[in-house]
Write a protein that binds this ligand. Structure first.
Ligand code: NAD
Ligand code: ZN
Length: 341
C-alpha cells in the first residue's frame, strides 16, 4: 500500500510503498478514506526539535482520519466490514490506575497513532478495537476526518460552564476556531478571540466570535470596555501555545475565572500572584475524553455545530506536498487529503 512515511531524519515526508499493516485478534483494519493534516504532522514534516526527540524513523505519520472497516481480528464482534469509523489517536495501556478507573485520557503511558506507532496517512491502518469510534454517517466525511482536533476543542470548551459567560480564546488556529463555534453554540455571551494572523481572525468571526483582535496592536482592556465588560472574562481557553497570550489571558480574567490550557507552551514565566489573589482555576487539557468527547462532538453536530467553513483546502494524497505547503503558509485552516472514495 501507499503511505506517507517519515523515512529520514530531516525535513520532508516520503510517499512510499509499505506492507498493509497486520491485525492482531483485538484489532481492526481500516481502509482510510480521508485524512486531515494536524499541526503535529507539520512539526514532524519540518523535523523540529520536538519531532527529533519524539519520532522514531521510519514511521507512517497522521492521526486525523475517517475510513471504512475492511477486516476484524477474531476477538472483534461489535463492528463489521463496511462500517464508517474514525479512531481515538491515543492508544492507552488499559492497566494503569487511571485506565482501570475509566479515566483513559489520563493514561500513564499512552501511545500516539502516527507519532509512536504507524499512523493514518496510508491506504490502510490497523488500530485496537478499543480505539475505534463508530461514525454517524449523516455527518460529512471531511468533517468526520477532523473529529480528533474538533474533539480537542469540544473537550476544552465543555470543561467549564460557558452558558451566559464571557469567554476569551487566545489562538484562532483550527482548534481555537472550532472552540469558538462550540462556545457560541453552547450559549456563551461574548466570545473574544485573539490571534496574530488576520486570516485566522476572519475565520474566528465566521465561527461566531463577538470580537477578534491582534494583541500586538489592540488591547484586551479596550475590547472589554467597548463591550461594556467590567470585571474580566469568566472562562479562558488558551489555544495558541504563546507565552504572551497566556500572560494577557491571566491578566484579563474575572476574579474566580476559569482557564483551560490546551496550547502547548514552552517553559513560561507566570505571575502566580494573579492566579492566587484573583482565585483563578487553571486546568491542563490533553486529548479528548474517551469516549464522552466523541459522543458530545457527534451530538453537537447533530444539534447544528458546523465546522465545514474551516476546511479550506483539499488534495489527493499524492499531492501531499501541496497540502503541507498550504499548512506552512499560515493561509490554510484544515487541509484534507483524499485517499479513497
Ligand atoms: P495552530 O498552531 O494552528 O494555532 C495556533 C494559533 O495561535 C495560530 O493561528 C497562531 O497565529 C496563534 N498565535 C500565535 N501567537 C499568538 C499570540 N501571541 N496571541 C494569540 N494567538 C497567537 O494550532 P492548533 O492546531 O489550532 O492547536 C492549538 C494549540 O493546541 C497548539 O499549541 C497545539 O500544539 C495544541 N494542541 C494541544 C493538544 C492537547 O491535547 N493539549 C492537542 C492538539 C493541539
Ligand atoms: Zn493507562
Amino acid at each position: 500500500m501507499k503511505a506517507l512515511v517519515k523515512k529520514e531524519q530531516k525535513e520532508g515526508l516520503w510517499l512510499e510503498e509499505v506492507p498493509v499493516p497486520k491485525i492482531g485478534i483485538n484489532d481492526v483494519l481500516i481502509q482510510v478514506l480521508k485524512t486531515s493534516i494536524c499541526g503535529t504532522d507539520v512539526h514532524i514534516y519540518k523535523w523540529d526539535p520536538w519531532a527529533q526527540q519524539t519520532i522514531r524513523t521510519p514511521m507512517v505519520i497522521g492521526h486525523e482520519f475517517v475510513g471504512r472497516i475492511v477486516e476484524m481480528g477474531s476477538n472483534v464482534h461489535d463492528f463489521k466490514a463496511g462500517d464508517i469509523v474514525s479512531a481515538e489517536g491515543h492508544v492507552v495501556c488499559g492497566r494503569c490506575r487511571n485506565c482501570l478507573a475509566g479515566r483513559r485520557h489520563l493514561c500513564h503511558s499512552p501511545r500516539g497513532i502516527g507519532v509512536n506507532r504507524d499512523g493514518a496517512f496510508a491506504e490502510y491502518i490497523s488500530v485496537p478495537v478499543t480505539n475505534v469510534w463508530y461514525c454517524d454517517t449523516s455527518i460529512d466525511l471531511e468533517v468526520l476526518s477532523c473529529f480528533d482536533p474538533l474533539g480537542n476543542a469540544v473537550h476544552t470548551a465543555l470543561t467549564y460552564r460557558v452558558i451566559g459567560e464571557d469567554v476569551l480564546i487566545t489562538g484562532a488556529g483550527p482548534i481555537g476556531c472550532m472552540a469558538t463555534a462550540v462556545a457560541r453554540q453552547i450559549g456563551a455571551r461574548f466570545i473574544v478571540v485573539t490571534d496574530i494572523n488576520p486570516d485566522r481572525l476572519a475565520l474566528a468571526r465566521k465561527m461566531g466570535a463577538t470580537k477578534t483582535l491582534d494583541p500586538r496592536s489592540e488591547s484586551l482592556d479596550a475590547v472589554q470596555r467597548e463591550l461594556g465588560m467590567k470585571e474580566g472574562f469568566d472562562v479562558g481557553m488558551e489555544m495558541s501555545g504563546s507565552p504572551s497570550a497566556l500572560t494577557d489571558m491571566l491578566a484579563s480574567m474575572a476574579h474566580g475565572g476559569k482557564v483551560a490550557l490546551l496550547g502547548l507552551l514552552p517553559p513560561t514565566q507566570v505571575d502566580w500572584n494573579l492566579v492566587i489573589f484573583n482565585g483563578l482555576t487553571l486546568k491542563g487539557i490533553y486529548g479528548r475524553l474517551m469516549y464522552e468527547t466523541w459522543y458530545n462532538t457527534t451530538m453537537l453536530i447533530q444539534c447544528g455545530l458546523d465546522i465545514a467553513p474551516l476546511i479550506t483546502h483539499r488534495f489527493d494524497y499524492t499531492d501531499y506536498e501541496k497540502g503541507f505547503s498550504a499548512m506552512l503558509s499560515g493561509k490554510a485552516c484544515k487541509v484534507i487529503l483524499n485517499w479513497a472514495t
